[in-house]
Every structure is written in C-alpha cells, then in structure tokens.
Design a protein around this ligand. Structure first.
Ligand code: NAD
Length: 503
C-alpha cells in the first residue's frame, strides 16, 4: 500500500522530466515551442513550487495546429471505423498502463486527492473504450422511404474541431471530449487550461505512441484570451467543444460568431441537493457530503446548495457539521487525504472571499471558514447555515469545498428555491415518496437529476445543463450528434413527374 513518501518518490522522475523539457505544443506529431518562443510558469498548488515552463502560444501556433488538423482530416475521416476503433482501444490500453503516472502528475498539478485521481485516469481510459466501440457505427443513419424516393440519412464528421478544457479534473474531461471527436472521424486541436497543463501533454504523447497518425490530434498550450480565443476564431475549425465558466462560454459564442462556429458548452453550476423528511437520511447525508467535498468541491456537478426540510433540519445539520469537521484536508498524494489544496492562488482568493461575504450576508459559518497556515492553497471544508436563496453564497458558483444550507417547509418552497437560480446543471432529490419524486423531477430545472443517489455517471446517458449551465448534450450518441453533420440523400425509385417549366 503506497503512502505519501512512496508516492512522492514515484512522482519524482516524472516531475524531473517536466522540469527539464517543460510542456511544449504538439503539432503534426512534432513537439514544438510556441512560435514566439514565449513561455509561462506553471507551479504546484501543493506547495507553490515551480513545476515547469509552458509554451505561451498565440494565433500563429493555433494556425499551424489548425492547418495540421485540416491536412490530417481526409485520411482520418476515410479510415474505416473498425480501424479507428482499434487505435482508440490501444490509446485506452496505454492510459491504463500509465495510470499511476497520470494520477500523480494530476494531483501535483491540480491539488486533487490521489484517492479520486487514480480513478479519474481509469475513467479516461473507459471514455476511449466506450467511443472506440461506437466508431464503426458512427455514420449509421435511417431509411425514410417516400412514394417516389428512397431517402437515406448518414452522418459525416464535421471537420477539424477545437476542444477547450478547464483545470478541474483536466485529464478525465479531455478524454471525455476528445475520444468521441476522434471516434466520429474529426481531427482535433486541444487547448488545455493554463493552470493544469501536465496531463494533457501526457495524453497526446500516449495517443501518438499508440498509433494515432500525426496531425489528427494537436495540442496548443497558452492563455485563454490568446490561444483559446484564436482557436475559437479560426476559420478552419468547424466546432468548439468547451468546458468552463458560463461567462467564458458567452465570450466564445461571440468570438465564434463571425465564422459561424458550432458550439457545445458545459458550463457552471450551483446545484441543489433537496432532502425531504421521508428520505433515507443517512444515505442522503453521505451523498450530500460526497457531492460537495469530493474533488475539493471543484466540480461542476457538485451539490453546492443543500435544501433541507425544516422538520428534520436541526438533526440533519448537526450530523452534517460533525462530519464536515472531520473531513481530512492534506497533501493530495497522501492516500488518507479527502480534500487537497485548491488549484491556484487566484481561485483560493475567490473561494475564501466568500467567508466574509457569507457573514455580511447574514449567514453563519458553522464549520471551516478558514485556511491552513502553510504553503499551498488549503481551505478547510466549510458549511454556511442560516442562508436564504437571495444571498450571494446561494446564487454564485464558489467552486470550492463550501456548502450553503437552506431550509424549506413544503414541496412548492423547495421547488421555488431550487429553480430560482441562473444555473441548471444537476439536481439531487432525496425522498421515498415515488409520486413526489416524479412531480418534483418533472419541474426541477436541471439537465441531469438523480433521485436517492449521488452523481453516478453512465456513459450512454446525456450529459449537459440548461439555463446558464450549458448548451447541448454529450454522452452516448449525443456526442456524435455534435461532432458530425447529418446528411440526407434521396434516390428516385422511378420516373415520378418532374414539374416542367418553359415547355
Ligand atoms: P474558464 O472558463 O476560466 O477556462 C476554461 C478554459 O477556457 C481554459 O482552457 C481557458 O484558458 C479557456 N478560455 C478562457 N478565456 C477564453 C476565451 N476568451 N476564449 C477561448 N478560451 C478561453 O474555466 P475554469 O476556471 O478553468 O474551470 C472552472 C469552470 O468550469 C467552472 O465554472 C465549472 O463549473 C466549469 N465546468 C463545467 C463542467 C460541465 O460539465 N458543465 C465540467 C467541468 C467544469
């Protein structure tokens, strides 16, 4: 069983490699610096030490990557789906082989705890397998005969696409976006988040070593407002799959308008977990805690608003408080750690600013509300009580290990509070009354709802949000709907009368 010191030993050679070589771009199969030679510093949230230099790319680098993706597109598109399937499975195999390395680097780069990251690397492999198996059928369509025509539909890959990912669980999210694009027959330019560039460079290296042809997938590092913006504006990039903040989504939509970009957005959330007094309260408690304090609360689907029925609120909140106080904050490579440091000083300052906001709003900080007095961006798991839904702590995405608890009396109250928010990504409903669950989920404004469960992802189901939480869905065939164009072809079955003009 590995412990912190053995994990640190295992990490060392990987960090040395990054420290010596930096994180560069990978365009048309070549590892290259930014055309300007510029770099930016990447440091670890664990202890604020320097990790490596990262290519600070701009429009010229994006253009080179888009050209590479454009040139590689016809051959990749025309490769039989069965062949693409084999390559994607080989990528999955290689991810599994290097899962430890990926998990350790992810922890060091993002502050996420190893207990979750080892699974995230394996989930990345599963994403590749899932879409690999669907690659041979990606073009399948329908036959819709009419009296005079045999109408058929088919799908074709849209072309080179841009994928822009955030810093929370960056490895898993990159695989989630890139695997279906490749399975569909698209080529890719990936711009990972500037705060967490390590594992994206491992992922493309793995893919090319597993036999992915050069140029099919290209990696360009850089800042959002430079490299990211240039990607969204590039005329040869046909679609942008973006995961990140809602306001960045708005910017990308405007940036992509002149070139009529197709966009798929997975954006922010402020998701309610609603606990009724007839629920299995022990399970509801476990799930509510898991869904906000795992992954440092840096999770779009986190249950960051607890709506608890007033009849059970006192008892439920007392148990919750006791558990939150006991959550283990520590080094992300320590297998005991449940909450690691937040990604970056900028984000740490944002999350901790809500401690004062909560107080000035009139809420109570009943657990946490403080930081660890040591280097690194460590925040104690925090619980706000006595909140009302109009407070900033109830309306804004904090994106840290911070839960806002609100009480309600009736089903109508709960629904009104749950829906009175700009976001609509997920909802979690805890009740043993079946008809209440059906009524409630029917009216809850969210793209994904779980009843008597935490978020358990099933890859064939649609993933995405409503309102400011996103546009479009992926998962299952929905991913192919985004990365492919529908095509209709009508074949005349006889000599139907064609209207004659000018006779
Ligand atoms: P962010 O929007 O700041 O950055 C995301 C990516 O966009 C980064 O790669 C960044 O460089 C790039 N970017 C920034 N400005 C850009 C621009 N003008 N043009 C093009 N690209 C630009 O988000 P973040 O802080 O990295 O991530 C956290 C956010 O992501 C949270 O709001 C979270 O809820 C959301 N998220 C949503 C989902 C989901 O599935 N709905 C999943 C994970 C994270």
């Amino acid at each position: 069983m590995s412990d912190l010191s053995s994990n640190l030993e295992k990490l060392k050679p990987h960090l040395e490699r990054f420290s010596n070589k930096g994180v560069m771009n990978r365009i048309a199969g070549q590892v290259v610096p930014a055309a300007s030679g510029a770099t930016f510093d990447n440091s670890s949230p664990v202890d604020e030490t320097h990790i490596c230099a990262v290519a600070k790319s701009g429009a010229a680098d994006i253009d080179a990557a888009a050209q590479a993706a454009k040139e590689a597109f016809p051959a990749w598109r025309d490769m039989p789906g069965t062949e693409r399937k084999k390559i994607l499975h080989r990528i999955a195999d290689a991810i599994v082989e290097r899962a430890d390395e990926i998990a350790m680097c992810e922890c060091w780069d993002t502050g996420q705890a190893i207990r979750f990251m080892s699974k995230a690397a394996l989930r990345g492999a599963e994403n590749f397998r899932f879409f690999a198996d669907r690659a041979p059928g990606a073009r399948d369509g329908q036959m819709l005969p009419s009296p005079t025509l045999m109408n058929v539909t088919t799908r074709v890959p849209i072309g080179p696409v841009g994928v822009i990912t955030p810093w929370n669980t960056p490895f898993m999210l990159s695989t989630w976006k890139i695997a279906p694009a490749l399975a569909a027959g698209c080529t890719v330019v990936h711009k990972p988040a500037e705060f967490s560039p390590l594992t994206a460079s491992l992922l493309i290296e793995i893919a090319e070593e597993a036999g992915l042809p050069p140029g099919v997938w290209n990696l360009v590092n850089g800042l959002g407002e430079e490299a990211g913006k240039a990607l969204t504006e590039h005329p040869d990039i046909k679609a942008i799959a973006f995961v990140g903040e809602s306001r960045t989504g708005s910017m990308i939509m405007a940036q992509g308008a002149p070139t009529l970009k197709r966009v798929h957005f997975e954006l922010g959330g402020k998701n309610p977990v609603i606990v009724f007094d007839d629920a299995d309260l022990d399970r509801a408690l476990d799930a509510a805690i898991f869904m906000i304090y795992s992954l440092n609360g840096e999770r779009c689907t986190s249950s960051s608003r607890l709506l608890v029925q007033s009849t059970i609120a006192e008892e439920f909140l007392e148990k919750l408080r006791a558990r939150v106080e006991k959550i283990r904050v520590g080094h992300p490579l320590d297998p005991q750690t449940e909450v690691g440091p937040l990604i970056h000083k900028v984000h740490f300052d944002k999350v901790t600013s809500y401690f004062d906001i909560a107080k000035s709003d009139g809420a109570t900080i009943s657990a946490g509300g403080s930081t660890l007095d040591q280097p690194g961006y460590y925040v104690r798991p925090t619980l706000f009580e006595g909140a009302t839904n109009d407070m900033r702590i109830a309306q804004e995405e904090i994106f840290g290990p911070v839960l806002t608890a609100i009480t309600f009396d009736t089903d109508e109250d709960a629904l009104q509070i749950a829906n009175d928010i700009p976001y609509g990504l997920t909802g979690y409903v805890w009740t043993n009354d079946l008809t209440r669950a059906m009524r409630f989920t029917d009216r809850l404004e969210a793209g994904m709802i779980w009843v008597n469960s935490e978020n358990v992802r099933h890859l064939p189901t649609p993933f995405g949000g409503v309102k400011a939480s996103g546009i479009g869905r992926d998962g299952g065939d929905w991913s192919f709907e985004f990365y492919m164009e529908q095509k209709h072809i009508g074949f005349a079955t006889g000599h139907h009368p064609i209207p004659k003009l000018g006779t």
